[in-house]
Structures are given as C-alpha cells and as structure tokens.
Write a protein that binds this ligand. Structure first.
Ligand SMILES: [Zn+2]
Length: 263
C-alpha cells in the first residue's frame, strides 16, 4: 500500500463513525449484488430499476427508495452508494431503487412526465386536485410509476421501507408503528424525528387507527404502506444541500444499519 493510500485508509477509519447497531453475531456481511430487476416503466418508457443485495432468503426484507420527486437528487446518490459500497447483513434481503421517477430525474422536475406528484397518487384517501406541484393525477394510482411500486411492494412486503426526499431535514415519525427503527434511522442520519404534515386539505379517514391530516393519512407512499402492511415505511427528508460525504457514507450506512433490528 502506498503512503498516500495508507493515509486515506486512516482518514476514512477516523471520519466514518462507529455505528451503534450491529448485526447478530451469526450473520455475515456481503457487498455482493444478488440481482437486478426492472420493476416497471415510466410514462416515457424509462426503466424503474431495483437492485437486490444481502440474502434473498432472509426473513427481513428492507427497501430503500432513493427518489420519488425528480428534482430531489441527493437520495439517488445515497442509493447508488448503498449499491456499490454498503455491506449488507445475511439476515437481510435488501432492495434498492435509486429512483421511482426516472422521467422526473431526466427532466429535473418534481412530478412525473404527466405533471403528477407521485407522492399524492397513492390509493389511500386520494382526492382530486389542481395541476401544480402537488397535482395528484386523474385518479388514485393513475401513474405507471405508482403502479410499478404498488406491485413491487405488495410482492416483497418489506419490514422496513425508507423513502428519501428533500429539503426539510427530518425523519418522518409514524406514531402507529414501532419506534425503534425510526429512532435508529434518525440517529444514523443525524436528523430529528418528527411528524411530517404534508399540508393540503384535511382528509377524513374511514380506516381505523388513522387521524385526519398529516402525512400518515395522505395519499403518500409511506401513508399507504403503513396503513396496509405490518411493516414500517418512513419518509426521510435530507436537507436542501447535504454534503458529498453525508449523502454517500453517512446516509448510505445510516439507512442500511438502521435496518439491523427486528422492530
Ligand atoms: Zn419529495
């Protein structure tokens, strides 16, 4: 090893924080990609890709969605870092989706190619709305990107799902789900854990256990998933301008290591 490489290794060892969570002792860690899938296509025909790491036979499935809003780009880099560099425990079946809105990513727009805010298009408490930043589409699950994710999540049913956004700098708390994963996530990402309110009209819930208003009752991915499946889906909001090291090593490891736990 060259002197320069040695210094780099030492520097990395110094700056990368020790995580508080560790996988169970019988498990092993691997950086191998197990499979790559195209789970659907966007309005303009771009593939929505999912990359699998860890152990496909593990009881615990974890999903990381790097991006839903095409102009919130930091989480795509986090997802790519996880795919390339983060070792995954053999008790975890990890799926990483760098973007579920490849058209928005290509055009640098929040919405998909039809102007729909995909995080208002989920089939729970959906209601019509005007065109604009949070246009919910013509009906619930009207968009191919939403339907691709619905089918994928129904199939893999993750124990933990993280959906990355920007710019509010917080981890969205869901009071109806076990708090442990949410706390590990907030700690790993160095962000406050608090309830996110998506605003907009107050929604009347006909489903037990849900309160009117708030992200946990809107037609969002995490609201829909939490209402329909036993697993925990959490919205993460990075800040507006997170640094390079934050979106890669800190957030990539923080999200994966937060899944080392049963609840
Ligand atoms: Zn967003």
């Amino acid at each position: 090893m060259t002197r320069r490489a040695e210094i780099l290794v030492v520097a990395l060892a110094t700056v990368v924080p020790l995580t508080t969570a560790v996988p169970a002792s019988a498990t092993t860690l691997s950086n191998k990609v197990v499979s790559r899938l195209v789970i659907g296509r966007s309005v303009e025909g771009r593939p929505i890709r999912a990359v699998q790491k860890g152990n496909p036979d593990a009881a615990r499935t974890v999903v990381v969605i790097g991006q839903m809003h095409g102009d919130e780009r930091a989480g795509v880099r986090t997802a790519r870092f996880v795919i390339r560099h983060v070792r995954v425990s053999s008790d975890t079946d990890l799926w990483v989706i760098p973007t579920m809105n490849p058209d928005g990513l290509a055009h640098d727009t929040r919405q998909n190619a039809r102007g729909v805010d995909l995080n208002r298009n989920w089939p729970m408490n959906w209601r019509p709305g005007h065109r604009g930043a949070t246009y919910p589409g013509r009906r619930a699950a009207s968009e191919p990107e939403t339907r691709a994710m619905l089918a994928f999540l129904a199939k893999v049913q993750p124990r933990f799902l993280t959906s990355i956004h920007q710019p509010f700098g917080e981890v969205g708390k869901d009071k109806d789900k076990p708090i442990h994963f949410q706390r590990r996530l907030a700690r790993g990402l160095r962000l406050p854990l608090r309830r996110i309110d998506i605003g907009g009209p107050t929604m009347i819930s006909h489903e037990p256990g849900l309160q009117p208003g708030g992200a946990d009752n809107g037609p969002t991915l995490t609201g829909w998933y939490n209402a329909h499946y036993p697993g925990t889906a959490i919205t993460v909001e990075f800040t507006r301008h997170p640094g390079q090291r934050y979106v890669t090593a800190v957030a990539g490891r923080g999200i994966v290591h937060a899944s080392w736990g049963d609840r």
